[in-house]
Write a protein that binds this ligand. Structure first.
Ligand code: ZN
Length: 105
């Protein structure tokens, strides 16, 4: 049986760390690809942006730092569901505040 706890929002310092890392990455890409075509530079920056966004939005367990597995917890027979992120290591089901709705898609 999983214990349910509210999932804390991502911290500001984590966002700042990712923003700083991306700025450094962008600077390195622009410096090393000075001679290359602008399309190569632009696609490298876009690839980096997508990668950093993916890493930032990927939820990690606030308890142990392990990867979380997303699960929809349907409310009764309705198309509405609670967004749950399970940590198998801690046995904690982290609940987000927002309610999903399958009928809108
Ligand atoms: Zn955990």
């Amino acid at each position: 049986m999983m214990i349910e706890k509210p999932l804390p929002p991502p911290s500001v310092s984590r966002a700042a760390a990712y923003a700083g890392s991306f700025a450094l990455f962008a600077a390195v890409v622009v410096m090393t690809l000075q001679q290359a075509h602008e399309l190569v530079t632009a696609s490298s920056l876009i690839f980096g942006m997508v990668t950093f966004a993916f890493l930032y939005y990927r939820r990690r367990c606030p308890g142990c730092g392990g990867l979380l597995r997303f699960r929809r917890d349907y409310i009764g027979d309705s198309p509405k569901f609670r967004c749950i992120h399970d940590c198998s290591q801690c046995g904690i089901a982290w609940c987000r505040d927002d309610i999903g709705d399958d009928s809108q898609t």
